[in-house]
Design a protein. Structure first.
Length: 291
């Protein structure tokens, strides 16, 4: 976007990512400010958005969906890399400014809630999509897990989230941060924290640390069977996280069921992998009872 409110010049051969000055001017001209209620922190550093695109491995012609594009800082970097971008923005007040910036670049801008849009229709043009997004921090976990559950066309993600959220999503069994989100994610995908992002690249600067998390979907779920039963056990056990499983699940799982699943009754919930939770659910579902 050029100074003086002209937006990104339509004749430019290569998109230009937005600087801090340009984002501030754009927001002022449209009478906008980041919404704390919506968890908005806009990235205003061209080097950072280009780094995100590089880490995501975006190639020319890739189909990319972005959730929470704000005023288009990351979006322009995705276009610069040659991606075919669909940008979903919940905040109707941002649509005009966002369209001014990314409309000339061929971006499809969709006003809507990522938790409620018609994903099969929206992503029908391509078989496989990548999500690359600076997610609103207050709903980041919910969005990631929803997409893994409901949108198989998204086969990979690179998301910027609060550090604690990223660590929980990527946590391995036995770690301090391993919990229900970790188990749910591991059903569908692998995740790793791949980079830190300083607060200084945002407007406004968040009071929390930020990280990039890479998520890659499995070809098939890590376990099969009754997933409602699996996660019913997971929720019950983590609801009493400090207790041994024989105590937290004693009303549902017998010693014979633990033995059949190969799970020690003295284990605590954070010690079990998704495969072990699946085995325990299978034992419970099969109705093993003490002899």
């Amino acid at each position: 976007m050029a100074g003086g409110g002209q937006g990104i010049a339509r004749g430019e051969a290569v998109p230009v990512t937005l600087t801090r000055t340009q984002v501030v001017e754009l927001l002022e001209r449209h009478g906008l400010s980041p919404s704390r209620a919506l968890g908005q922190n806009f990235v205003v550093d061209p080097n950072t958005v280009r780094r995100i695109v590089r880490v995501a491995g975006v190639q020319p012609g890739d189909a990319v969906v972005e959730i929470g594009p704000g005023v288009g800082s990351l979006t322009t970097a995705l276009c610069e890399a040659g991606a075919l971008v669909t940008a979903i923005e919940l905040d109707r007040h941002l649509i005009a400014a966002l369209t001014e910036v990314v409309g000339p670049l061929g971006v499809r801008v969709v006003e809507g809630d990522a938790l409620a849009v018609d994903w099969p229709t929206l992503l029908a043009d391509h078989e496989a999509w990548a999500l690359v997004a600076n997610l609103p921090y207050n709903v980041a976990t919910t969005i990631v897990l929803h997409l893994l559950d409901e949108v198989p066309a998204i086969t990979s993600m690179l998301v910027m989230v609060q550090r604690e959220v990223g660590e929980r999503l990527a946590a391995a069994p036995g770690s301090r941060t391993y919990g229900i989100p970790s188990v749910k994610l591991s059903l569908w995908a692998t995740a790793e924290v791949v980079a830190k992002v300083p607060a200084t690249v945002f407007i406004p600067q968040p009071r929390v640390e930020s990280v990039l998390v890479r998520i890659v979907r499995h070809p098939a779920p890590a376990v099969e069977g009754d997933l409602d039963l699996v996660f019913g056990l997971v929720r019950q056990a983590f609801g009493q996280r400090r207790k041994m499983l024989r105590r937290s699940l004693g009303d549902r799982v017998t010693p014979v069921m633990f033995d059949s699943a190969g799970i020690a009754p003295e284990a605590r919930p954070e010690e079990l992998s998704i495969e072990q939770w699946g085995a325990l659910a299978d034992a419970v579902g099969s109705g093993f009872v003490p002899e």
